[in-house]
Design a protein around this ligand. Structure first.
Ligand code: ADP
Ligand code: MG
Length: 341
């Protein structure tokens, strides 16, 4: 028996009892029937059709004198029984109105946020560009002074000038890193198959060439493939490997490993080192821009690298996290989302 048929039979019986006895109890029973019918998913139209059927059945059995009275009573009955529908419909309409208003305000907020974001991106890009060129001039002219005016400046003057130059270079690196961070958000993502082993090798060769005196073992898994934007994945590896290289700089025997672990989900890549590590209690700060867990005196830096890494990984729909222990090294894991390569 469907909800409609079940309700139909019960309703006819209730209407018949109401018409013959005409008391409140029958009306109440019909009202309860109506409420149950609502929860069973019957619509107003269903009930109206059933009511019409029920009235037709009952009117046939009535005498002409009774018919007018019966029809009027049936109409009242119907109005009464409809009230649970009426109520739920009203509630539904109010909820709907509220939802519509909420949606509208959400859409407006989102639009405003998008505009603000675009403006901020354009602003930081322009600022970074315009800061970069005067800095190049400061650096170039300091260099000329150092090279050609040593006699005039004397040892003291030269020391000051070297500090000027070091600061200019420090600031240039910061600007370059900020530019790279803002470019990461703006660049279009082009997903292809990427050879992470090859990328890691190219990056580590550069690191070794810049400091050939260091003793560092690089270990990398063979043919680590991933699906991502080659330029952006290179940015991730570059930052993680540079960090590994930097935070192992006080180790007599440094060891840096690039690999992949395959859980049951997406492939997870990692960069592991045996360097300074950090306290896991601080791990939530790692990926925020300008946040550093080590002082400049211990290890130089500006705290932009991991923020950039996180943006790239998230743009791919992946995740990045770290495990570390003070003085026992760190491992940075990341996934790239998308289909497995
Ligand atoms: N391999 C690592 N070992 C230990 N600490 C790390 C490592 N990588 C990152 N960190 C911590 O996270 C901070 C943020 O890293 P990052 O954003 O790359 O900035 P930066 O390299 O300029 O210090 C670092 O200052 C350091 O405290
Ligand atoms: Mg870094």
């Amino acid at each position: 028996v469907t909800a409609r048929e079940g309700f139909g039979a019960a309703y006819i019986a209730a209407l018949e009892r109401f018409l013959t006895k005409g008391n409140e109890a029958e009306l109440h029973a019909a009202y309860e029937l109506g409420r149950e019918a609502v929860t069973e998913g019957l619509g107003v139209l269903d009930i109206a059709v059933l009511h019409q059927g029920a009235v037709a059945v009952l009117v046939v059995s009535a005498t002409p004198g009774e018919q007018l009275h019966a029809t009027r009573a049936a109409a009242d009955f119907f109005t009464e029984v409809l009230s649970p529908f009426e109520m739920s419909f009203r509630g539904y309409r109010a909820a709907n109105d509220q939802l519509r208003a909420l949606n509208e305000s959400l859409r407006k907020q989102q639009e405003a946020a998008e505009v603000a974001n675009r403006e901020l991106e354009a602003f930081s890009y322009a600022v970074a560009h315009d800061l970069r060129s005067p800095l190049r001039t400061i650096d170039a002219f300091s260099q000329i002074l150092i090279e050609d005016f040593e006699q005039v400046l004397g040892e003291h003057g030269m020391r000051h000038l070297r500090r000027v130059r070091a600061s200019a270079q420090h600031m240039a690196t910061l600007i370059d890193d900020l530019l790279s961070l803002s470019r990461v958000t703006r660049a279009e993502l082009r997903r292809v198959s990427v050879d992470l082993t090859q990328l890691a090798q190219r990056i580590t060769q550069g690191l070794v060439a810049a400091a050939p005196e260091r003793e560092v073992d690089f270990i990398s898994g063979d043919g680590l493939l991933g699906s991502g934007d080659p330029t952006l994945v290179a940015v991730v590896l570059d930052n993680l490997l540079r960090n590994a290289w930097k935070f192992t700089s006080k180790r007599a025997h440094a060891r840096i490993e690039v690999g992949r672990v395959d859980g049951d989900g997406a492939p997870t890549y990692f960069v592991r080192d045996n360097g300074a590590g950090f306290d896991m209690a601080q791990a939530t700060k790692l990926f925020a821009p300008f946040q550093r867990l080590h002082s400049d005196a211990e290890f130089e830096g500006n705290g932009i690298g991991l923020a950039t890494v996180q943006r790239v990984v998230e743009r791919h729909g992946g995740r990045v996290w770290a495990e570390a222990e003070v003085d026992r090294g760190a491992t940075f894991y990341f996934t790239l989302g998308g289909p497995p390569a």
